[in-house]
Design a protein around this ligand. Structure first.
Ligand code: CIZ
Ligand code: SF4
Length: 310
């Protein structure tokens, strides 16, 4: 990761502040963004929180610091305003593991299945799903589907497997997608951190492998981890997710010790967004994200169904 020069970062942050006022923009940053990008954002959160909070603002432009599917989600919930991404190359390898044509084929093979799409999927895939879910509500979404109905869960095998474990559902067909960053977190990393901090509580994301999940004290999304650390009486926490979230955890809990599980828990796509690119994005009003209207209408319906049940 490029370490920013603090003076240059300060000058860029000031320039971003001036451009934000001039453009009447709101800046959203995902919990996995670089610390200095989180610090210039108006809203820091998970993908759904960012999209929903943006909808409440009267900003004319939305700048989304995250990856492509998050910008699409922000566009789905804010169809009348431009949504800009500072780096159009920032994608999500897991979202790319379900191509619409592959899903169409799987739906033909399982015509009776309810398709659940994790938000980490393209708008086209969401549009082909019956309902979406996030890592915070996957269990509730699965529980909302009648027990006799098979479920085709895309794209994350780990989140789908986790929801199956918690609900006891056996009729979930899992897609073989995964997050390379979360699968870089190994059982031996957790063991090593636990030896160093025997009193710590271990929190992991449901995108982690089953072996890692089974070693944790708490399994949850980034928003759930943030709440858990805020409310827990413990003093030390080992964090098993992309390490960007450690920035907010430390800011919110200065008296607590936040331990990153492994330096490998780094999402290169998330780190493509830099302060310089946020500045350019506001200067040039680029790169605008578009979702075709027919796709957007169907994808929004799948998100709205999720919001009704979870
Ligand atoms: O929904 C999100 O933003 C993701 C991808 C993870 C999380 O746990 O917040
Ligand atoms: Fe995708 Fe994993 Fe990066 Fe999240 S951390 S954007 S799931 S590759």
């Amino acid at each position: 990761m490029v370490v920013p020069d603090p003076q240059a970062a300060e000058a860029l942050a000031e320039r971003i502040g001036a451009l934000r006022r001039q453009r009447r923009a709101v800046i959203l940053a995902h919990n996995y963004q670089r610390p200095e990008v989180q610090d210039v954002a108006d809203i820091v959160g998970d993908s759904l929180a960012m999209a929903r909070e943006a909808a409440k603002t009267d900003a004319q432009t939305i700048v989304l610091c995250g990856v492509h599917f998050m910008a699409e989600t922000a566009k789905l919930l804010n169809p009348d305003r431009p949504v800009l991404v500072p780096d159009p190359n920032a994608g999500c390898p897991m979202a790319d593991m379900t191509a619409p044509r592959e899903l169409a084929e799987a739906k033909r093979q399982h015509p009776e299945a309810t398709v659940v799409a994790y938000v980490n999927s393209s708008a086209r895939v969401k549009a082909m799903a019956d309902i979406c879910c996030t890592s915070a509500n996957a269990v509730r979404v699965v529980e909302s589907i009648p027990a006799e109905k098979p479920i085709l869960f895309v794209p994350d095998v780990s989140l789908g497997e986790y929801a199956a474990e918690v609900t006891g559902r056996e009729n979930i067909i899992l897609w073989p997608g995964f997050c390379p960053t979360h699968h870089h977190i190994l059982a031996e990393h957790l063991q090593a951190r636990r030896r160093e901090h025997p009193d710590a509580e271990v929190l992991v994301h449901p995108e982690c492998t089953r072996e890692v999940r089974h070693m944790a004290d708490f399994i949850g999304s980034t928003s759930q981890m943030l709440r858990h650390v805020r409310e827990s009486p413990k003093r030390t926490f080992i964090i098993g997710t992309e390490f960007g979230v450690c920035h907010t955890l430390r800011k919110e809990n200065p008296e607590k010790e936040i331990i990153q599980v492994s330096s490998l828990a780094d999402c290169p796509d998330m780190k493509l967004t830099t302060l310089q690119k946020v500045t350019w994005s506001l200067e040039e009003m680029e790169h605008e994200v578009h979702v075709p209207k027919d796709v957007a209408d169907d994808a929004r319906r799948a998100i709205e169904r999720m919001l009704e049940v979870a």
